[in-house]
Write a protein that binds this ligand. Sequence first.
Ligand code: ASP
Ligand code: MG
Length: 423
Amino acid sequence: MHELSQLKVYKFGGASVKDATALRNLGHIVAEHGRPGPLVIVVSAMGKTTNALEALLQLAHAGQPYATQLAVLRDFHMGVATELQLPADELLRELFTTLEAHLAAATRVAAADFDRHYDQVVSCGELLSTRIVAAYLGARWLDCRPLIRTDETWREGRLDWAATEAALRGALPMAELAQGLPVVTQGFVGGTASGLTTTLGREGSDFTAAILAYCLGAGSVTIWKDVAGLLNADPKIFADTVRYPEISYQETIEMAYYGASVIHPKTIKPLAVHGIPLLVKSFLDPTAEGTRIHDCRHGLLVPAFIRKADQCLISFESKELDFISEENLEVIFGVLAQVRLKIRLMQNSAISFSVCTDFLPTRLEQLLARLRDQFTIHYNTGLELYTIKNYDAPSLQRLTAGRELLLEQRTRQTFQFVCRGEA
Ligand code: ASP
Ligand code: MG
């Protein structure tokens, strides 16, 4: 049997499979860097397909017409397959029939079952993209739904690691892999023990790559992106970005935690546990160095800038102007967890306790309904949360100049503040 420690896992995100040209480029990367293998390739939905599927589901659920948007999505996938000289109809027809059936059923789905239905619909993006990529590469298509085993936390399936590891090890075609035939499978998608499809949370394909690498004891994971590697800021938001040639797991986990969008936050831990290096490379310049995330020591890194938009600052005051006690905090934390609002920053004063969270109106409403009797609650929306990791005086000045800080917090390494959004 071939050594699994030589296994490479490649992950290609939406931008790297956005059209036929992108797929040809993917083909070159696999041929030049992925051979002789063994190689497992994890693929996201093409371009903005996940957003398009979300929009289609919203329309269908609301009983509004969606045929035009569905036709656009079908024509797009069929068009790419045809351009690559693949038998488009044979490859994709069945998947579109399934998608249509799910959409047609959407009006009858009760609000409580919406998230479950969401997973059945939105997972189609990765099923479609992987069909095309596998056929184009002449690779083996692997359905990950019976293998990446989760519970029934729809839209954010929680992994059953033991079941997943056993299933993956059993299902991998080792002999074929050893002969250099890559396996192509879906990012972002999983399945329950009862055979329903789940998803792992938006942008979850990176996590899939890490799950595969962990469970199979792979030698490395490479995430192919449209940027040169792990940068100190998102170049769409900040000018003058700098690439980190290498960085530790720990630093990367913290950056992802604070909201750096380059890597899904759950990706690093499974790799760190087994010491599997994560390479972030540019699919536009595949021979360039990129970033190596691994178990390393480095001096102080250049400051990293992270912005989270669409934030909400919620403050709780006890009704009798009592101090905010541990008992109060226990109640507040409990309800935040129940309604699944994640705290990004928190601070307390004598009589009030404030948290910064993503602005998610339905969850916020649930929170208010459950805590209004006990606390006086105020909240502000349309805010931004900035984090500077490894800050220094110039980086602080650069980000805070001219801004009114509604809340700020600093530790030795990290400076965070909340301010009004720019829009
Ligand atoms: N296609 C999914 C999304 O857009 C998963 C991913 O790309 O990582 O969220
Ligand atoms: Mg992504």
